[in-house]
Design a protein around this ligand. Structure first.
Ligand code: ADP
Length: 173
């Protein structure tokens, strides 16, 4: 299968695209978002600002694409995952949409390799096991029919997410 799990820092990854777990403002935040803007530099923020000026805030589950500035990747896709609020607020579908819409945007831009963090599992408190299952379902379904997107990496910043994703993927294969 063309899904790999890695342990590490997404700002060091040099795939065509890395995905940012952004917030609706698109203007930066903490966690992975903070790291991407801090290391990627002001070009990313400037493009996010232009997008905001033309289309407003980014809705939960949607995605937009910018340059990667000083990062080793070529582009950053910013998607907004849902905040976990107990599970009765459409959180699972919205998280699925974040992965799917990021992949659709990569496909539209003829991108071959894309790296995701574990969206929503930090400050947004989405349960990690549930989030990992949703991510792998969304990605594997997408890869069945994609033309350009060929390889997806899940990069985990903590042991718990890494162990969960690795176990799920080994069951999958
Ligand atoms: P969210 O608000 O979507 O929960 P966070 O940035 O708080 O976003 O966390 C999302 C995931 O990204 C968490 O699993 C967190 O451990 C991880 N993360 C934080 N910094 C990095 C980084 N530099 N590289 C990869 N993953 C990261």
């Amino acid at each position: 299968m063309n899904i790999n799990v890695k342990y590490g820092d997404i700002t060091k990854i040099s795939t065509d695209v890395i995905v940012n777990a952004a917030n609706t403002s698109l203007l930066g935040g903490s966690g992975v978002d903070g790291a991407i803007h801090r290391i990627g530099g002001k070009q990313i923020l400037e493009e996010c600002q232009r997008i905001r000026n033309s289309q407003g805030k980014c809705k939960v589950g949607d995605a937009v694409i910018t340059t990667a500035g000083n990062l080793p990747a070529k582009y950053v896709i910013h998607t907004v995952g849902p905040v976990w609020n107990g599970g009765n607020n459409n959180e699972e579908k919205l998280l699925y949409n974040s992965y799917k819409n990021s992949l659709l945007l990569a496909e539209k831009n003829k991108i071959e390799t894309i790296t995701f963090p574990n969206i929503s599992t930090g400050i947004y408190r989405f349960p990690k096991e549930k989030a990992a299952k949703i991510s792998i379902n969304a990605i594997s379904l997408f890869l069945r029919d994609s033309t350009y997107v060929k390889k997806v990496i899940l990069v985990c910043f903590d042991n718990e997410n890494y162990n969960i994703c690795e176990a799920l993927l080994s069951e999958f294969e």
